[in-house]
Design a protein around this ligand. Sequence first.
Ligand code: GDP
Ligand code: ZN
Length: 333
Amino acid sequence: MSEGKAPSGDSENKATAPRLEGVVVRTSGGRCFVAVDGRQWNCQLRGKLKQGERRTQSVAVAGDHVVIRALHPELDPPEGIVEEVLPRRNRISRVAARRSGGRREQVLVANLDQVVVVQSVTSPVPQKGFVDRLLVAAERFGVAGILVLNKVDLAPAAAGEDPWPYYRTLGYRVLHTSATTGEGIGDLVQVLTGRTSILMGASGVGKTSLLNTIDPDLALQVTAVGGKTGLGRHTTTSTELFPLPQGGFIADSPGLRGFDPWDVDPRQVRDYFPEFAQGADECRFRTCMHIHEPECGVKKLVACGVIPGWRYEAYQALVRDLEARRRENRPRP
Ligand code: GDP
Ligand code: ZN
């Protein structure tokens, strides 16, 4: 590893201070807060890391594993320098605001393990297509999708079709919880421990209440940063990781809440519906989108009820959305 050559300040410390590996929990104006064994280090990025491609926002983001030089362990918070950003296992990105003109990838979080989609049995009732959309995002980024159905202490509002067993047949883990009675909370803790997760779900489904049952302090912090709806308070879109008492992190930011999958080609969406594979073999066209084409194996599975209609509708809606977005973004002549 490179040593010395420090241009200014703390130079005598730089060569001798211990190197520690940690996780970036937050970035702010060129600084990173790095969690190392429960302590948060306030770190600057080493100058060299900021050069090259001018994508400063993405040099180090929440979730990045980094090596820091522990310059001032005696301070509170302790201070150091980020010397190295270790390779990312994955990253969740979105299309950044068009302030600078043009689309740009903005990395929201790195090294995510799972998307935890929270819905409630009632008040509010589950939104159509919401879960499917988030699961596409999870598939796209190669992370696990976990479904949490909260408020199981309440009776379901309407006698609609219960989609949850179906998701389970697709291989997604489904948890039933109640922040009120404590049902399923042990399972939730187990799923979150030692992993980096994002909790996604509409306002009012009980995300804060669930976190509260795990650790009141954690719930407080997440609420203070994100605001109850994810709409207020934040002026930036950077992500923050909140440490769980049992180990692991909850990632949160408005960017993650109003999430748009980055760079999903409408023609790829079909690959993120795992159950389409069996039908697709029987499509007349290999390029079949399973929408307008004749002799479509997937549509046959829908017609005979193997794939539920609501699931197929969610697919169509998502493709339509993404196609519309493509049209909007196409440069005008
Ligand atoms: P968030 O917006 O997703 O963070 O939702 P909150 O945690 O603020 O919860 C919204 C409302 O639902 C609050 O009034 C909670 O008390 C209530 N709530 C949350 N979890 C449960 C639950 O498991 N059962 C019941 N009956 N109410 C719940
Ligand atoms: Zn087809």
